[in-house]
Design a binder for this molecule. Structure first.
Ligand SMILES: Cc1cc2nc3c(=O)[nH]c(=O)nc-3n(C[C@H](O)[C@H](O)[C@H](O)COP(=O)(O)OP(=O)(O)OC[C@H]3O[C@@H](n4cnc5c(N)ncnc54)[C@H](O)[C@@H]3O)c2cc1C
Length: 257
């Protein structure tokens, strides 16, 4: 079967192609997942000439274009070091070189640390058409069922948030069975995301302070059982790791004050 290939240089052109239902095209970032999904695919719109591979720090936000490769993200000096650590634990070098942040958010599952930390940071996505903005936390649970548009163009997150994550793997080659990520605002707002289970990471708590992260973790993963870990293991470990993340963030804050 022939697969149509388009490589537009203008965003409007890409959006028009993706909106054309007769053509039935899919956006292509790095192509690392799409190349395994060719059955039923009529064609692709390669996004690499749209100049969406930027990462800027502007107005209190880090703004990443959707085709920013994970490798380029790692070279950025400013971003939270925990984001870089998340990417490095999640992906091998060949994937880091090729995968884009947009493609990652669409295709990663509940066991991705990178997606879990972006969720903790309350990242916001921009979609075309109409520059529709949606919080990652609102989109992730529904991403397989509905879409706010045809194309992600940007992902942004606050530049001044503290971030810590912890995870559990059965062996260094395995993917995490538990991920706990905590982001903290200067106001004390504390947002706790859990991953390592299910189709997507989830938000367990978003409160005005850190008290209760252990209880919230335990509640959120009360029944989180699958072939890789029992619910009891997940909920008790999540509670401990959430407290450990909060302790790390408090120590960081004390060092800075
Ligand atoms: C060897 C290997 C190991 C992997 N390990 C892991 C892992 O440990 N954890 C994990 O979570 N994932 C893993 N993956 C999956 C990985 O997350 C995806 O392959 C990668 O993130 C896809 O990024 P991409 O830019 O190549 O996307 P593509 O392959 O180009 O696209 C993937 C999907 O996203 C859509 N898409 C791409 N860009 C956009 C956009 N801007 N707007 C809207 N839709 C878009 C495409 O249409 C397609 O449906 C692995 C993949 C491989 C090949």
């Amino acid at each position: 079967m022939t697969i149509m290939y388009y490589r537009p240089t203008k965003l409007e052109e890409a959006v028009a192609l993706l909106e054309d239902r007769d053509k039935n095209l899919k956006p292509m970032g790095g192509g690392t997942r799409l190349k395994h999904e060719q059955a039923g695919l009529s064609g692709v719109v390669d996004l690499q000439s749209l100049n969406l591979n930027y990462l800027i720090n502007e107005g209190g936000w880090y703004k990443a274009g959707a085709t920013l490769s994970l490798a380029t993200l790692l070279t950025h000096e400013g971003i939270q070091p925990e984001i870089k650590r998340a990417v490095q634990v999640d992906a091998q070098q060949d994937l880091i070189d090729a995968a884009t942040i947009g493609g990652w958010l669409v295709s990663s599952d509940g066991r991705s640390i990178f997606s879990t930390v972006l969720l903790a940071l309350d990242a916001v996505m921009t979609w075309e058409p109409d520059k529709t903005e949606i919080q990652l936390g609102d989109w992730l649970p529904l991403r397989k069922m509905e879409s706010p548009g045809v194309l992600i163009t940007e992902i942004r997150w606050r530049d001044n948030l503290r971030l810590a994550f912890e995870y559990v793997v059965h062996s260094p080659e395995d993917r995490p069975v538990l991920i706990v990520a905590v982001a903290q605002w200067k106001s004390g707002r504390t947002r706790l995301a859990l991953g390592g289970f299910g189709e997507s990471p989830i938000i367990a708590m978003d409160g005005s302070e850190a008290n209760g992260v252990n209880l919230a973790s335990r509640d959120a993963y009360y029944e989180a059982e699958d072939q890789w870990a029992s619910a009891e293991f997940r909920r008790e470990s999540a509670a401990k790791l959430a407290l450990s993340c909060v302790e790390r963030l408090s120590a960081e804050k004390e060092n800075e004050d």
